[in-house]
Design a protein around this ligand. Structure first.
Ligand SMILES: Nc1nc(O)c(N)c(N[C@@H]2O[C@H](COP(=O)(O)O)[C@@H](O)[C@H]2O)n1
Ligand SMILES: [Zn+2]
Length: 355
């Protein structure tokens, strides 16, 4: 049942920030009598949709929910009270809500009303689904994910900058899915000039992230796929008073332009937090990636590795200079997972926590 909750929650993939993705299932006499998920912030929570679907059958039933029911008045009223009013007999919770406004209070309220509550069913899967939300709540920043594709000899392009394609179609499709789960995807000006990327999820009717270009001087092409805002929204982050003529050209095409002082990955993450984002994907070149890592703007790394060799001492690599001189300074990823994606490999892991 909790797996079903997660399946339901994923229907709103990429659309719920700053809220979490949550699914709920109500079971009576071994039958599912109501289901629901949280579609987006401002709309009712998963539990409320499930209660509505179950109607009177909720009385004496068990509800499974992937996140602790809330116990506060936010954009919506507390689900704990709705569950009590509906007369449910038992609540099975995937994970405790890290939001300090909830933080176990929903569970306590239900127990105080005489409802049996079981906590921690499929907890790891529930936490993984909402790792961006959890990070946002704990650290007041979105989760930064660095994704890159490189050859077996560690290059992200040839020395001329050609990079289409390093990995297989299957790996590229996984990247499209990943974008779908993110609130923003960031590149630097160089990537726009070299690759002219689209940065969309490449699927009809699924969520597209906000496409973000970080560019100090706005020395960018007048025509680029990213300026086609009918495909997906685009934001250009730049420095104060940079190239007003080019800013005007972008705005005429409905590209949002925001000036940050200073224009750094750190400031960008502060800005994205304030905008309500949970997951931010860095799909940039090595220089910006190194700066993002050094400033603590990356927590998770997804490295696609293709079994190809292209050589070239001037061919770019995924992470630029971090100033390390000794192997003892290497950042060793934690919770590492490796899997094959067609002919390529995906290594996923988390950078050691930086306070
Ligand atoms: N249990 C649960 N189910 C949902 O469907 C949810 N969206 C949440 N979210 C929790 O409540 C906070 C948002 O409240 P409002 O939507 O503003 O009323 C969110 O931060 C989570 O703590 N929980
Ligand atoms: Zn709620």
């Amino acid at each position: 049942m909790m797996q079903r909750c997660l399946e339901l929650a994923r229907r709103a993939l990429g659309r719920t920030s700053p809220n979490p993705m949550v699914g709920a299932v109500i079971v009576k006499d071994g039958e599912i009598v109501g289901e629901g998920f949280h579609p987006r912030a401002g709309e009712p929570h998963a539990e409320v949709f499930a209660l509505k679907a179950a109607g009177e059958l909720a009385r004496g039933a068990t509800i499974y929910v992937s996140l602790e029911p809330c116990n506060h008045y936010g954009r919506t009223p507390p689900c704990s009270e709705a569950l009590i009013a509906a007369g449910v007999a038992m609540v099975v919770v995937g994970m405790v809500d890290p939001n300090p406004l909830v933080g176990g209070g929903g569970i306590d309220r239900l127990r105080a009303a005489g409802i049996e509550v079981v906590v921690g069913v499929e907890q790891a899967a529930c936490e993984k689904l909402n790792e961006g939300f959890v990070h946002r709540i704990l650290y007041h920043r979105p989760l930064g994910i660095l994704k890159y594709a490189m050859t077996l000899d560690g290059k992200i392009a040839t020395a001329t900058g050609h990079s289409a394609w390093i990995t297989s179609q299957a790996a590229r499709s996984e990247v499209h899915q990943l974008r779908r789960a993110c609130d923003a995807v960031i590149v630097g000006g160089n990537t726009v000039r070299q690759d002219n990327p689209r940065l969309t999820s490449h699927l009809e009717e699924v969520h597209n992230p906000l496409r973000v270009v970080m560019s100090r001087h706005l020395n960018l092409p007048e025509s680029a796929h990213l300026w086609r805002t009918t495909d997906a929204p685009t934001l250009v982050l730049t420095e104060k008073d940079a190239n007003p003529d080019f800013q005007a050209l972008l705005r005429r095409q409905n590209v949002e332009v925001v000036e940050l002082s200073p224009l750094t990955p750190e400031q960008a993450m502060v800005y994205f937090y304030e905008r309500g984002f949970c997951n931010v994907l860095w799909e940039c070149g090595g220089i910006l990636a190194a700066s993002a890592i050094a400033s603590g703007s990356v927590q998770k790394v997804l490295a696609f590795i293709a079994p190809k060799i292209i050589g070239g001492s001037n061919a770019p690599t995924p992470v630029g200079d971090l100033g390390f001189t000794s192997m003892t300074e290497a950042m060793s990823l934690e919770r590492v997972q490796v899997r094959a994606v067609d002919a390529d490999f995906l290594i996923e892991g988390y950078l050691p926590h930086k306070s």
